[in-house]
Design a binder for this molecule. Structure first.
Ligand SMILES: Nc1nc2c(ncn2[C@@H]2O[C@H](COP(=O)(O)OP(=O)(O)OP(=O)(O)O)[C@@H](O)[C@H]2O)c(=O)[nH]1
Length: 264
């Protein structure tokens, strides 16, 4: 059925009378009422800009980075999280990337990235990837921890004081891996030793940054000034979990890590 729309071209569409009435209405109002209206509009605009900036950037940060020293077990954890399977791994020379479905109701998809542990490779890759990190899983070889504590602390310190990481504040999970090995240190002990080591590092690093004239170059300060460092002092969420990508039965024990990833 054909429908016809008749437009009266002589009809006055001008909004001027309405505008005039509106201006008149406003000018007749009490000035304090007008100030209130302007403040309300400004608050709404600032809130919209604020939400767009923070929510917008958080949404685009969808990477979960597996980082840590060489041989801590990142590649095996990567495979376990994705397929549940055990694989024979070799030293990584480039990053491995894949979509990971979190074990939560929404089945959120994150990009899981296995970052090689080798010093020269990881620095370059982390520079490229850190801005996209929703979470950083810092994998520690709990069986070798006593021997590697200084290197682990230095790597962690560089991450915790990085300006991009501090600004974005991704969730930081310290995965104390290889718990199946008898000599493995517990997450609690690893946390305590790292807190001690990071307190020492903070002193030596800030001394190194003090220039000859005595002034200190600005850098992100780790934890509360004048107090020993504790992970609880950080604005960024840091959680310690125990896991084993390869237990004695060759089955993985990674539920605690999976639960943390489900909460992101
Ligand atoms: N016993 C035991 N061995 C593990 C565990 N996780 C990893 N491994 C072994 O540790 C070795 C190193 O594991 P990878 O996953 O290759 O280590 P990586 O951190 O990716 O090392 P890079 O690629 O050098 O950075 C392999 O032989 C793994 O099978 C674990 O939980 N328990």
């Amino acid at each position: 059925m054909e429908r016809k729309i008749n437009l009266d071209l002589n009809e006055d569409f001008s909004s001027e009378p309405f505008l005039d009435a509106f201006v008149k209405e406003i000018t007749e109002q009490d000035p304090s009422f007008l100030i209130g209206v302007f403040i309300a509009i400004a608050v709404v605009i600032i809130t919209i800009v604020f939400l767009r900036f923070f929510l917008g950037t958080k949404k685009s940060r969808n990477a979960v980075l597996l980082v840590g020293l060489c041989d801590s077990g990142k590649s095996l954890l990567f495979s376990r999280l994705l397929t549940g399977k055990f694989v024979k791994t070799v030293t990584s020379v480039t990053e491995n990337k894949a979509s990971y479905r979190a074990k939560n109701e929404k089945a959120t998809i994150w990009t899981l990235v296995d970052v090689p542990g080798h010093d020269s490779l990881r620095t370059q890759l982390l520079e490229k990837l850190k801005d996209s990190a929703r979470a950083i899983v810092f994998v520690v070889d709990s069986a070798m921890f006593q021997k590697e504590v200084k290197d682990v602390a230095e790597f962690l310190y560089s991450l915790l004081t990085d300006s991009v990481v501090t600004k974005n504040a991704p969730t930081m999970l310290i995965a104390c891996n290889k718990q199946d090995i008898t000599m493995a240190k517990s997450a609690k002990l690893i946390q305590q030793q790292l807190e001690k080591e990071l307190t020492t590092l903070r002193v030596t690093r800030s001394a190194a940054l003090t220039s000859q004239d005595g002034s200190v170059r600005s850098t992100t300060h780790l934890g509360k000034k004048g107090k020993d460092f504790e992970f609880s002092q950080r604005s960024m969420q840091v959680e310690f979990v125990e896991c084993s990508a390869r237990s004695s039965t060759e089955d993985a024990e990674i539920e605690a890590l999976e639960k943390c990833l489900a909460k992101l």
